[in-house]
Design a protein. Sequence first.
Length: 247
Amino acid sequence: MRVKKPHSADGWQQARAEFRAARRPLALTGAGISVESGIPDFRGDHGLWRRFEPEQYATLEVFRREPHKAWEMYRALGEVLQGKQPNPAHRALARLEREGRLQAVITQNIDGLHQLAGSRRVVEVHGEYRHLQCLRCGRMRPLREEDYAPPAVPACHDCGAPLKPNVVLFGEWVRHMDEVGPLLESCDALLVIGTSAEVYPVADLPRQVIGNGGRVFEFNVEETTLTSLADYSFRGPCGRTLPRFVA
Ligand code: BJW
Ligand code: ZN
């Protein structure tokens, strides 16, 4: 049987042994890993989507038509990101990599907390929030505090077009899939942490690993569409479950 839930100490031991035996382990993270750092996720009770309907604020189409609307959401996001620090789950992944037990972290998060925790190979498939990009001429520049000052939308110095945070919106291509592809191809153990696995193409990555015969270990506070497919599902705040798992 594929699905094994680690309810018992034995279950935890077996999961740990399987992860230790992996030759090409990876982690895939989502907003849930940063919740214990004080950054709300998207689809939860205090999530960003409770205040900002994604179709109204978070699509490329909306940005092109009404950039000030997308900037309303960015400002709210910028506020919650300020001063946030990594938590034990981020640090557990950094430690795994340092010890040679993790190849890379593929993250949907834009908050930079994996790097702050010490992770070195971090693939940010949904971008990052520290830079602004010009969709017209391609110019990229660092985000400045005054960019958040309402109500203006910052404009490109070179061509005058509205600048957009380097965060991937719906309808935009996700980043670095050329790097993700080969990593996933050879991955035999994937830690999936704090993601609802509802946003594509990332939601397909665990299924790809399962299809290749790899193991999937899910860490989440609740059941997701992935839970029934995962080999192991650790229920609870990942700031507790993940450090315990890697200990
Ligand atoms: C905890 C916890 C704790 C809480 N411990 N766990 C129809 C069908 C299929 C696909 C599509 C479709 N129509 C359109 C698409 C494609 C679309 C898509 O997937 N849409 C779906 C909604 C259906 N995808 C795209 O458009 C992507 N691009 C793309 O596909 O390119 C090709 C293309 C090009 C041109 C045209 C069409 C396609 C881009 C996706 C971009 C996502 N961007 C966002 C950010 C928006 C801006 C902003 O930041 O403000 O990225 S959306 C948002 O969701 C953010 C996240 O990275 C992403 C994923 O969310 P995540 O991380 O999973 O968070 P939550 O909140 O969903 O889940 C948190 C989880 O943590 C929960 O499970 C909790 O239980 C758990 N948790 N506390 C452990 N302490
Ligand atoms: Zn420009």
